[in-house]
Structure formats: structure tokens, C-alpha cells
Design a protein around this ligand. Structure first.
Ligand code: HEM
Length: 179
């Protein structure tokens, strides 16, 4: 059962938005092409950015079933690995690259209808904070876009921008404190 502590204390409502925001800003700094394009379109339409930052979604089987040829008994705990789904080359070209245009003209949404991309989970236990989470991310990101210099400081090159990750329930920046 979800409780108030889950929302405000135990990070579901805070770490998630902060993580998406951090990675969104980092990806934009690392990919000047995307940043430039977003700046161009930002006057014309709303900007929508989501990302898979909660990686592991546990479920318990209500009935025995088969998954990928494996028999899964009743009450087995199964964990959906959202990170791997979002990078599966069966569904995504150049999956490791930050290409926002990949969603142009596709039917994908992020509301749990397409299992290839489930940043907010899916089904009855999907994220109840979806709308607040979007606002938490989109508003600061737009402010960031309007105020950021397109170039990195101190002659730093986008290709040297360190994006090393640490995997847990969310993805953290490994070298967060290093400059
Ligand atoms: C961009 C921001 C956010 C992302 C990417 C995100 C993502 C997720 C994901 C993937 C899950 C697991 C869903 C599943 O198991 O199917 C989840 C659950 C949850 N999220 Fe979020 N979330 C975000 C923001 C928020 C906010 C702002 C709140 C509350 C204010 C919130 C509250 C919760 C709660 C309470 C759950 C547990 C739901 C349950 O177990 O029934 N989330 N979130």
C-alpha cells in the first residue's frame, strides 16, 4: 500500500524528479545538437521530456505463467527491468544515444501503454505522481534552457563530459561531486 511517507519521505516523489532533471540537463549539455534544436522549437510548442529513472519494478505473480520460455510459479516475485526495456535494440535504434526525435511521429507514450517505454511504470501500481513529476521536470528544464550558455565552461568538450552511472533503484551520476 502507498502511504504519505512513500511520496514525500522515501524518495518516490523527490529523487525521481531530481534524477530525471539532472540527467536531462546533462544530456543536453553533452548533446549540443539536441540542445540547439530544443532552443529553436521551445518558442513554438511545449517541451516534454521524460526518461526512465526508476529501473526496477517488482511484482508478485497472481497466477502461474510462462515468460520467455520460463515457467513462473504462483507468487514468484518478478522484477521488470525498465532500463533494459528502454535500451532494447529490438525496439530502439542507437538506443544509447540521446535522440529526442526518435519519438517524432510514433505512437509511443510514457503512460504505461507501451511496454517498450515505461518511465512511470504500468498497470495498477504505476506512478501516481506522473503529472506532478512532469511539472517538476519540465518547468526547471525550460528555465535551464533559457538561461544556459550553449557552451560548456573552461573549454570543456561535450565528448569529455562524464556520464558514468551508478545503478540502483534509480540511476545516479557516479562522479557527481568531482569537477
Ligand atoms: C519524473 C518523475 C517521476 C518518475 C520518472 C517516477 C517513476 C516511478 C516509477 C517507475 C514507479 C514504479 C511504478 C511501477 O511499479 O509500475 C513509481 C512509483 C511511485 N511513484 Fe513515481 N515517479 C516520478 C515522480 C513521482 C512524484 C512527483 C510522486 C509523488 C508526489 C511519485 C510517487 C510515487 C509513488 C507513491 C509510487 C509507488 C506507487 C505504488 O507502489 O502503488 N512519483 N514512480
Amino acid at each position: 500500500m502507498t502511504c504519505v511517507q512513500d511520496i514525500f519521505g522515501a524518495k518516490a516523489g523527490t529523487d525521481t524528479s531530481a534524477t530525471v532533471l539532472e540527467w536531462g540537463m546533462s544530456e543536453l549539455l553533452k548533446n549540443p545538437r539536441v540542445m540547439k534544436k530544443l532552443l529553436e522549437v521551445s518558442d513554438q510548442k511545449d517541451i516534454e521530456v521524460t526518461s526512465t529513472c526508476s529501473l526496477l519494478m517488482p511484482r508478485e505473480c497472481r497466477e502461474a505463467c510462462m515468460i520467455g520460455g520460463h515457467e513462473i510459479p504462483l507468487k514468484t516475485k518478478v522484477i521488470t527491468y525498465a532500463w533494459a526495456l528502454g535500451r532494447d535494440p529490438k525496439h530502439w535504434y542507437d538506443a544509447e544515444k540521446f535522440i529526442l526525435e526518435r519519438f517524432d511521429g510514433t505512437y509511443f507514450d510514457f503512460k504505461g501503454n507501451n511496454f517498450e517505454y515505461i518511465p512511470f511504470g504500468e498497470g495498477r501500481r504505476m506512478c501516481p505522481g506522473l503529472l506532478l513529476g512532469l511539472a517538476n521536470v519540465e518547468l526547471p528544464l525550460v528555465v535551464f534552457l533559457f538561461h544556459i550558455d550553449e557552451e560548456l565552461p573552461n573549454g570543456m568538450k561535450p565528448e569529455n563530459f562524464d556520464m558514468t552511472k551508478i545503478f540502483g533503484a534509480t540511476v545516479a551520476w557516479k562522479n557527481y561531486c568531482k569537477t
